[in-house]
Design a protein around this ligand. Structure first.
Ligand code: GLU
Length: 419
């Protein structure tokens, strides 16, 4: 494992190894893909408003750029470490390949709890991190985006820092920007919306009517919230949801807009009056039609996987299932239809790609145009993976990885090994 050792990295490597063996990927390619191209570790000194200086560790890992410039989010979270960022960068390589966008995989992050920072501190932290990695990012090199703990405002500060250093505006250095700075219509909602396109196809495949169905969401953040809103629009009842402050339950369906107002006001879901509080540990294993883990990785281990009672598991989070949990899910394929992260949450990077294209052309599309193109890409990717699942007898996760690995592998063999 070398310097990359981390539970999510091990899970990701297991998936690469298993897929490579099962679908016959060239072993020389498989061995290369198990390690990232490049990993940068930086120290970020931050002066707090009280005058104290604290030093945080930041990372940017570029896993593979064979199919195009590296692409991937930036995460501000206390769990961030080299191995986790490397695993997430690796997933990005295959995610971009699964949806056929001409980009490679990267990820970045700072090991910090951002909830303890005020706006000015957050801005200084972001600008210093950007400066430390500035030689490694750029519109044709590596394009960051939001992830857990970051948002369009953070992207605006990255864009400004990069632009001020360059001497001219470079909006193409990040995606997920505010619309006023060249962001794309629909980017904020894209991961949740894309996820629901795949849930719709999965429901049709297993004969589930989404109207009147039930769903539970672990992590009502940007991905979970917009997925929930979209599912509710399709007539599904969101009976349970959680965030770091707690979990809530309402068998009649949670009023999501009211829950959002409560979260904005109080900083979390806890205490929301339109639902009962529930034990967050019970959310994943409750009986619902659609379960959406949209928070941290590794939350579904073997024990939870055995207890799951959903019919569709739609992975909004990156790497929510451990290798052991996945072994159980493979045995339970007839009961639970898995939409793996590589497909389920790829709507975010897809619209990031649209943002990059629109910015390059200085020609911006309407929300309708963005959503139509997103739907086409998600539906096509779903069909391609389902075909591999059926024709080659692979579970959905391995099928998605097979589609991604084949594309990356073909590109690598065409380019050849340098020197
Ligand atoms: N952070 C998101 C992901 O994990 C989006 C990445 C991007 O848009 O570049 O897919």
């Amino acid at each position: 494992m070398g310097p990359w050792d981390d539970p999510l990295y091990r899970t990701t490597r297991d998936l690469i190894t298993r897929t490579a063996e099962q679908v016959g990927i060239d072993p020389n390619v498989g061995v290369r893909l198990a390690q990232p191209d490049r990993a940068i570790i930086v120290s970020i000194p931050l002066r707090r408003d009280n005058g104290d200086v604290e030093v945080y560790t930041g990372y940017r890992v570029q896993h593979n750029d064979t199919r195009g410039p590296c692409k991937g989010g930036i995460r501000f979270h206390p769990h961030v470490n080299l191995g986790e960022v490397t695993a997430l960068a690796t997933l990005m390589t295959f995610k971009c390949a699964v949806v056929g966008v001409p980009l490679g995989g990267a990820k970045g992050g700072i090991s910090i709890d951002p909830s303890g920072l005020n706006r000015a501190e957050m801005q200084r932290l972001t600008r210093r991190y950007t400066t430390e990695i500035i030689n490694f990012i750029g519109p044709g090199k590596d394009i960051p985006a939001p992830d857990m703990g970051t948002n369009p405002q953070v992207m605006a500060w990255i864009m400004d820092t990069f632009s001020m250093t360059s001497g001219y505006a470079v909006p193409g250095v990040v995606t997920g920007k505010p619309i006023e700075l060249g962001g794309s219509q629909g980017r904020l909602q894209a991961t949740g919306r894309g996820l629901v396109y795949t849930v719709t196809d999965a429901a049709e495949h297993i004969g589930l009517d989404l109207k009147g169905a039930t769903a539970a969401i672990q992590g009502l953040g940007n991905v979970g919230y917009w997925a929930a809103r979209r599912l509710a629009y399709r007539g599904t009842k969101i009976v349970a949801a959680s965030d770091v402050t707690g979990a809530i339950y309402n068998p009649k369906g949670i009023d999501l807009k009211a829950a959002y107002v409560h979260m904005q006001k109080t900083g979390g879901l806890a205490g929301f009056e339109g639902a009962e509080p529930m034990d967050p540990d019970e959310l994943l294993t409750m009986k619902v039609d659609v379960l959406i883990p949209a928070a941290l990785g590794g939350v579904i281990d073997a024990d939870i996987a055995r207890k799951l009672q959903c019919r569709i598991l739609a992975e909004g989070a990156n790497g929510p299932v451990t290798s052991e949990g996945d072994a159980i899910l493979r045995q339970r394929q007839d009961e639970i239809f898995v939409i793996p992260d590589l497909l389920a949450n790829a709507g975010g990077v897809t619209v990031s790609y649209f943002e990059w294209v629109q910015g390059t052309q200085n020609f911006f599309w309407s929300a309708t145009e963005v959503n139509k193109r997103l739907q086409t890409i998600m539906v096509t990717a779903f069909k391609e993976i389902l075909k591999v699942h059926k024709n080659e007898g692979l579970d959905m996760r391995t099928a998605a990885m097979a589609v991604g690995m084949r594309r990356v592998s073909e590109a690598m063999l065409l380019r050849g090994l340098f020197p």
